[in-house]
Design a protein around this ligand. Sequence first.
Ligand code: RB5
Length: 160
Amino acid sequence: MTESSDIPRKQPSAFPGIKPIAIASDHAGFALKEALKLALGRWGVAFEDLGTHDEKSTDYPDYAHRVASGVADGRYRFGVLVCGTGYGMCMTANRHRGVRAATCTESFGARATRSHNDANVLCLGSRITGPGVAEDVLKTFLDTAFEGGRHANRVTKIEP
Ligand code: RB5
């Protein structure tokens, strides 16, 4: 793959007026990303795939920065990042002001990080979490609202 073919592919949203979510992976997360895209399509959730587009070795921070900057500037409602563990993606995404990324391995954590932390980026590890559980985690993340209340003040304290 050449450098130019790796430019994020922007597809027209099938849901005009509704902010899409951004999804991306490195090579290790590619297969799981593709599976999650099928699930998003089934659920009718608009998304943009910001790469990678094959299993050629690549660097996870490049994709985490793409997704996180789009969430931080309001282009995307949520981000989904998949690498081997979900950890490198999460560390990178959380360097962006306004991004609250969490690596989740099961739906209890996904529900908690949305309702208590107002997480806006979900990170998944393809070498830890299989496709069935990952799909369940993603569905829970998307379906859970931030509770606000006592959690709102705490979330504002996250930024240094
Ligand atoms: C790639 O081998 C792997 O290091 C990456 O996908 C990720 O797990 C890093 O956190």
